[in-house]
Design a protein around this ligand. Structure first.
Ligand SMILES: C[S@@+](CC[C@H](N)C(=O)[O-])C[C@H]1O[C@@H](n2cnc3c(N)ncnc32)[C@H](O)[C@@H]1O
Length: 281
């Protein structure tokens, strides 16, 4: 049942990934000239990754994976979307940055990796990942099972409290939810965000994108996420909350800060919009 919902999301992500990449211009040239899509917050959580075997969960079209590889990690990216993984493989070849990309549902991939005794020094996931996963304990146990002893998990995510608001900052969704939230499909949040999410400069690309495939999202509160990681045997080193969002113009209006960060307008109180976790096995 839940894997069926993951499969439905795969179709929705395939369609959206094409639209997203249409706005991102010549990405291979961007990476060949030393460009990076990583923000300081994830670099801070990750620390030094040179020479590390790094697993990138839900890597989408590989832009962050290649940015991680440029910092010296040996990167394996996993994602359910065929379009995303095909694009990532082409981008890796065209940008001349080696990385491995594998297409799979994350839960199936964890199971196979466990059977094959695959392990990593680092596991990383960022921005818009766990809302697509139907079980937070399976996620946390999967991470713990592929980390070497002493290996580190670094995670940055949009804050579940921010997601109680609709696009106009009106409280609309409960923080505590059960079961999947049915949406009309993965949207074109790159078009919605413009320059702050474009890889280099924003290109018009696909206009007025509507996704023909619905999507199913899951809400995981901070307590559920941290508890799942601890239950899986990880030790929490840091839990950080941030009063801004990196790249994603999720609401209107938003105030643009330096470094492609977006915050509520001055007239609103500060709110937690992202959080980060560093943990180890
Ligand atoms: C918002 S994107 C994450 C982007 C990421 N921050 C990056 O490096 O570009 C979410 C990704 O999760 C993937 N995804 C959704 N459900 C999944 C699943 N069950 N297994 C693996 N990947 C999944 C989607 O295909 C999509 O690429």
């Amino acid at each position: 049942m839940t894997i069926d919902l993951h499969e439905a999301n795969r179709l929705s992500w395939n369609a959206a990934t094409i639209a997203h990449n249409s706005h991102k211009g010549d990405q291979a040239a961007f990476f060949r000239s030393g460009g990076t899509t990583l923000f300081p917050e994830e670099l801070d959580l990750l620390g030094d990754i040179a020479g590390k075997e790094l697993l990138h969960l839900q890597c989408n079209a590989g832009q962050d994976s290649l940015s991680l590889a440029q910092r010296g990690a040996r990167v394996t990216g996993v994602d359910i979307s065929d379009e995303a993984i095909d694009f990532a493989k082409r981008l890796s070849a065209d940008a001349l940055i080696p990385a491995q990309f594998e297409r799979a549902d994350l839960f199936t991939w964890f199971e196979q990796a466990r059977q094959q005794h695959r392990t990593f020094d680092r596991v990383f996931a960022s921005y818009g990942t766990i809302c697509w996963l139907s079980d937070i304990d399976t996620w946390a146990r999967g991470i713990a099972s592929v980390l070497k002893p002493g290996g580190q998990f670094s995670f940055i995510e949009f804050h579940p409290f921010a997601l109680v608001f609709d696009e106009e900052w009106k409280p609309r969704y409960g923080y505590f939810k059960d079961g999947p939230i049915i949406e009309s499909g993965v949207g074109d949040y790159v078009a919605q965000s413009g320059d702050t999410l474009a890889v280099d400069t924003y290109h018009t690309g696909t206009e007025n994108f509507t996704n023909p495939h619905p999507s199913y999202e899951f809400s995981w509160g901070i307590g559920e996420v941290v508890s799942a990681l601890v239950r899986a045997g990880l030790t929490l080193d840091r839990l950080v909350e941030y009063p801004y969002m990196n790249g994603w113009r999720a609401f209107e209006p938003m105030r643009e800060l330096d470094g492609d960060r977006l915050a509520p307008p001055e007239t609103m109180p500060s709110l937690p919009l992202m959080y980060g976790i560093a943990a180890h096995k």
